[in-house]
Design a binder for this molecule. Sequence first.
Ligand SMILES: Cc1ncc(C[n+]2csc(CCOP(=O)(O)OP(=O)(O)O)c2C)c(N)n1
Length: 662
Amino acid sequence: MSSREQHDRMANAIRFLAMDAVEKANSGHPGLPMGCADIATVLFSRFLKFDAKAPHWADRDRFILSAGHGSMLLYSLLYLTGYEDMTIDQIKNFRQLGSKTAGHPEYGHAAGIETTTGPLGQGLANSVGFALGERIMNAAFGNDLVNHYTYVLAGDGCLMEGVSQEAIALAGHLKLNKLIVFWDNNNISIDGPVSLADNTDQVARFQASGWNASHIDGTDPEAIAYAIEAARHSDKPTMIACKTTIGFGAPTKAGTNKAHGSALGPEEIAGARKFFNWSSPPFEIPADILDAWRAVGKTGVKARTDWEGRLAKADAKLKGEFERRIAGKLPENFDAVLGDYKKKLSQDKPKVATRKSSEMALEVINGTVPETIGGSADLTGSNNTKTSQTKNITSDDYGQRYVHYGVREHGMAAAINGLTLHGGLIAYGGTFLCFSDYARPSMRLASLMGIRSIFVMTHDSIGLGEDGPTHQPVEHLAALRAIPNHNVFRPADAVETAECWQIALESEKTPSTLALTRQNLPTVRTEFSAKNLSSQGAYELAAASGEAVVTIFATGSEVEIALGARDLLEKHGHPTRVVSVPCFELFDLQSDDYRKKTIGNAKVKVAIEAGIRQGWDHLIGTDGIFVGMHGFGASGTIEQLYPHFGITADAAAKVVEARLHK
Ligand SMILES: Cc1ncc(C[n+]2csc(CCOP(=O)(O)OP(=O)(O)O)c2C)c(N)n1
């Protein structure tokens, strides 16, 4: 068999697995795998460094299917190359409840799925983090241990999404030359030809952002191989515009949107079998072709065992550090260092904004945890995300720890996910809480994937002042709390901020958002507790003088107000306790007993938070009193705004007393 014939039959194996699995499920997207099978075959059989039997090998090349709807392309490749997770039964159960072959590739379902994709553009934007992560780890551990490529397959949809521009601009700026993107240039999306909505010269666009980019015939194996070879020797990231035909081989649907996202139907599939001269029944791959693919799955064994040999021979300290970081474990002294720091805070009682407390905590953390990579979307001085240890990462120096992401919140959050998924790194990045909206799609995916991405969101209320309602978050805490598996922290002082950072760093499977103030706050945790009280989500900060008739729940900057209201109420003879609530999600995880005890049964329950009420009723009940925002904020000084919106100790005490006297 000629090598061309062998290539064609290997590519056809992908095409038929995809076609037949979508047909059986009567749902899915056959068009992309059929059109891109040649690209995938060349990449996997000639270039990709991987070992199907060691899918987590740290120095493997990464393959990211950004066009996640084409999931059957990835599942077929994983099955054909012999990943243990991906059996033929999984392929037969495509899109069925409980299978690893979910509608779109989901991180954690099967080895070989490097990131969750489906929301278009995310994979491409993640890949910037992957490729940057490779360079950062390379700078720390050298060519012997870290030296791999990041390959991405993106569709028209990925390139139309705004996040793609943020991603490619950042990758071009950082000269991530080991990032290689294939664009499935098939002119078709769901509504029809791409020209219905877009006429961008994509090659010129990428070039303008500092990439190499060129057009090739995406069905010609030699052209594909030549382009990849050139890309691997480039000093810039590369985009290869691959001209393909969606649903290639389907007699009437190829090249049309009818091949995009539904089963082709028996006639089309029969026609494709004829066209490709493929006589095997569904889910059966001719033995010689399966053997050829399985051999591809083993080609990386030598590279992997050579690498293991180099790791075994590496300096013991370097090896230990590499292994610790890849395992995602914090340095052993981390808890002790944070404990000492907390003790000092309770003694010093600083009166600083929690954004400053966060910087102070990071100064300690970054000095102890060398794998943290900080950054901000052009608000470094406001987010306080930079510490003495974190100098700028540039295209000349990847051995540093700070990324100036530019005004690109979405691209930043997606890159943070990529850095996190790469392994060996803990990434955090900042913007204003109000602009979490711009980062939210990636924050949500961090939650869905269950990864340790950390988002630093400062200027967390009307307390930011004169920038006004465009910049003042009101619904954002509620909106972020609505995301499953996302810890939203709103610490009240420097001690809680240190505790929340500790939890964020220790939460390997849950991303965190820290909502932090611009305004100074007093230390309310003046008594040292070795225990991380914030880890309970809510705890009694101030007890009542007698049996409590009032419980005030508050977060962040409003804890100070709650304590003020308590003083007034106690003075007027109403025993009042204050519960600090740094994290709803962690409180919900506590035992029934603890939750009941903490909520208590005071006659009046009050919540104070400079945001909307949504979400609070589960603590204060529908008859509880909410002191907070009921609409958008306004431009004014903080001294004007809190009284204007009735969020003061006085105002809170008054509404409580009115209720008590009812
Ligand atoms: C953010 C986002 N918006 C919309 C969709 C729904 N969607 C899935 S595929 C697709 C069209 C993508 O076109 P293209 O990338 O050209 O893929 P092809 O048709 O070539 O398979 C759309 C709009 C999505 N998955 N993600």
